[in-house]
Design a protein around this ligand. Structure first.
Ligand code: UD1
Ligand code: CA
Length: 457
């Protein structure tokens, strides 16, 4: 039977108290809706419909090019009403799988089970693994058959005590669903057309209602408030941390690491507390990352060490390097083997050859630095002339004295020595000492200015 998926994503998410539509809030840097779409796509359905409404254009733009069809729900009159907008576009014989867009960590495996269990009736995903408050309770009869779902706001005392709740996913034949849905009214606490009312209507009509219980409490957690989002983020990160540990990565603390993308690690990698990894990060064997580092789209070869409080973005680091503490590698930084980049050193769009060192307080931008170069504290490549960026070339084996100012475009030839405090604005010859600073003078007949005694005018 053909499978069609409907994702409900039109709600505002009032309880988030945010201008951003709820399904665009993020877990590990990705919108909630992206996860639900992924789970849907894993099932390879014929089509995926996304019902959008609140902040519709913003939601659509965030997923430009996604292989889904957008269905507009101009007024958000409830989850049942949301599904009604999409059903006419689904063939009568198809199985419709309906997913809440704000329950991000659902696994494709659970959805497959749901579709298999639906048969000619209807299947719902439920959970009794965590606190049911806020969710719709699943009411069963004495024999254990599902009778109906009652929303928290409409539930009686005894119903509120029920542990099993609706997780926000159901599957059923499209034409039967449409028939049941047509009978849903909005006589309830929220004056909404509840999708969950379909269950009671189907059961009363004699249809089989099966419940698939989730086996992992994270996969059914809905996001309705900032607190739920924060709790789920941490649960998700903890899950990723456990995977890293299982793969042999030494994490100092399995609650204090954030991976917002892909982190690939070699053998015996160690990561201290409070590090954030974004985009694609690859760490070679024995790489050590100190506490409080942020790495975004970075590749680091084996044996390198990043010390505390360093920020690396779109950079490539060779083997055996030492970066930080307090170092910043900006986009286009490419370090060869054994390079040292120390505290308060910023490197941007520059290649730095093997064995070169800039250990303290320097700016290296738009530069080509050779091998075995020593860059003294306070050295600046003046790459910007107010209009355009210019390149600095420092060839192999140069020694750049402290506080040198290299005014680009400029070439420091192989083996040059630059005297401390020099402002270099012309190319230097190889193997010579170049000094470009005022000569030091001392004035023997100089007298210090006299301070006026107190009271004197
Ligand atoms: C819903 C269920 C509840 C279940 C819970 C699981 C209903 C009536 N209740 O409650 O039984 O335990 O999910 O997480 O379905 N939406 C629309 N259009 C609307 C209203 C909502 O597209 O008019 C979308 C929202 O964007 C959201 C989803 O439907 O992605 C669920 O809506 P929400 O208001 O969050 O329902 P809950 O109160 O969480
Ligand atoms: Ca919800």
């Amino acid at each position: 039977m053909p499978l069609h998926v409907v994702i409900l994503a039109a709600g505002q998410g009032k309880r988030m108290h945010s201008a951003l539509p709820k399904v665009l809030h993020r877990i590990a840097g990705r919108p909630l809706l992206a996860y639900v779409m992924d789970a849907a796509m894993a099932l390879k359905p014929e089509r995926i419909f996304v019902v959008h409404g609140h902040g519709g254009a913003e939601v659509k733009n965030a997923f430009a090019g996604a292989p889904v069809e957008w269905v507009d729900q101009a007024r958000q009159l409830g989850t049942g009403h949301a599904l009604m907008q999409a059903l006419p576009r689904i063939p009568r014989t198809a199985t419709a799988l309906v997913l809440n867009g704000d329950v991000p960590l659902i696994r494709a495996e659970t959805l497959r089970k749901l579709v298999r269990s639906a048969g000619k009736g209807i299947a719902i995903a439920t959970s009794d693994l965590s606190d049911p408050s806020g969710y719709g309770r699943v009411v069963r009869d004495a024999k254990g058959h599902v009778q109906h779902i009652v929303e928290q706001k409409d539930a009686k005392r005894a119903e509120l005590a029920i542990r099993e709740w609706y997780a926000g996913f159901l599957a059923g034949n499209a034409s039967r669903l449409a028939g049941w849905l047509a009978k849903v009214a909005n006589r309830n606490a929220q004056k909404e057309y509840y999708l969950t009312d379909v269950i009671g209507i189907a059961a009363a009509a004699g249809a089989q209602v099966s419940a698939v219980k989730a086996t992992d409490s994270r996969e059914v957690a809905g996001v309705n408030s900032r607190e739920e989002l924060a709790i789920l983020e941490r649960a998700y990160q903890n899950g990723q941390a456990k995977k890293l540990l299982a793969a042999g990565v030494a994490l100092a603390d399995l609650w204090r690491v954030d991976v917002r993308g892909e982190l690939e690690c070699g053998r015996d990698v160690s990561i201290d507390v409070n590090c954030v990894f974004e985009g694609k990060v690859r760490l070679g064997d024995r790489v050590r990352i100190g506490p409080n580092c942020v790495l975004k789209n970075v590749t680091i070869a084996s044996g390198s060490e990043v010390l505390a409080f360093s920020l690396l973005e779109d950079a490539e680091v060779g083997a055996g390097c030492r970066i930080g503490p307090y170092a910043r590698l900006r986009p286009g930084a490419a370090l060869g083997e054994g390079v040292h980049i120390g505290n308060f050193v910023e490197v941007k769009a520059s290649r730095i050859g093997a064995g070169s060192k800039a250990n303290h307080l320097a700016y290296i931008g738009d530069a080509e630095v050779g091998a075995r170069v020593n860059i003294g504290a306070g050295t600046i490549t003046c790459n910007f002339d107010g209009a355009s960026k210019n390149r600095t070339v420092i060839e192999d084996d140069c020694f750049i004295g402290s506080d040198a100012t290299l005014v680009a475009p400029v070439r420091i030839a192989k083996g040059s020595y630059i005297g401390a405090g020099s402002t270099i604005s012309r190319d230097t010859p190889p193997g010579q000492l170049t000094v470009a600073r005022a000569r030091q003078v001392s004035l023997p007949r100089w007298t210090p200015p006299r301070k006026k005694p107190a009271g004197e005018k």
